[in-house]
Design a protein around this ligand. Structure first.
Ligand code: GLN
Length: 218
């Protein structure tokens, strides 16, 4: 069986990630229990609510199996709440899985109404500017040893990675861009579909109107 990417399916934006990966032709697994982790080369921990996700991880006894799969080589991408779950420091609160040396400040932009959209160029990920959607996002305020900063905006880090973990405080799955999903799939050793097969979709998307548009970063 071809290696697959899993999406933690306990709470949050699961379908949007599934949809992006399907468009790239990447096999996916919805991860609801420990057995679903078998054979995954990567796991996406989606955005949602980190306190809720952390509780559900405990209730469904998923922490230990995720840490075990991670130690056995499964890569992890945390988006927004997912990034909070994998950070080693959660300012003012206890950390959760603690897999990448970054410090996060939850809800650092304000309330849900302070959500916004902007564009940024991230050369490691794509040649063209990528749309970014921030929804009641955390800020990464520090990155430790061995962490590569992919995008810094103003006083915070918006995307970073080490060998095993990718963190983004924004939501690529809520934009037309497949660039981050392609990037993560490659990080996990997969060969996603070429841009030509997906570009029509990537350029045919209506922006969500409620979002405030911010300046171009990067
Ligand atoms: N504010 C949420 C938290 O702290 C994260 C929001 C999101 O994932 N979009 O968990």
């Amino acid at each position: 069986m071809a290696a697959s990417l899993g999406i933690l399916d306990l709470q949050g934006g699961v379908h949007e990630h599934l949809d992006h990966l399907h468009r790239l032709g990447v096999p996916t697994v919805r991860v609801k229990k420990a057995g679903d982790l078998a054979g995954l080369c990567g796991l996406i921990i989606p955005g949602g609510e980190s306190t809720c996700l952390a509780r559900l991880l405990k209730i469904f006894d998923m922490e230990r199996p995720i840490l075990e799969a991670f130690r056995n080589g499964m890569k992890i991408w945390g988006t927004c709440a997912g990034a909070i779950l994998v950070a080693t420091e959660n300012i003012g609160q206890a950390p959760h899985l603690g897999l990448v040396e970054v410090a996060v400040q939850r809800n650092a932009f304000g309330s849900q109404l302070d959500s916004f959209h902007c564009m940024a160029t991230i050369p490691e990920v794509a040649r063209e500017p990528i749309p970014l959607t921030f929804i009641r996002a955390p800020k990464i305020v520090r990155a430790g040893h061995g962490v590569n900063v992919l995008l810094r905006i103003d006083d915070y880090i918006a995307a970073a990675e080490n060998e095993e973990v990718l963190v983004t405080v924004f939501h690529p799955e809520l934009t037309p861009s497949l660039a981050f999903h392609r990037y993560f799939a490659r990080k996990c050793g997969l060969q996603p579909a070429k841009a030509t097969e997906t570009s029509a979709y990537e350029h045919d998307w209506d922006r969500v109107s409620w979002m405030r548009h911010a300046r171009i970063a990067g």
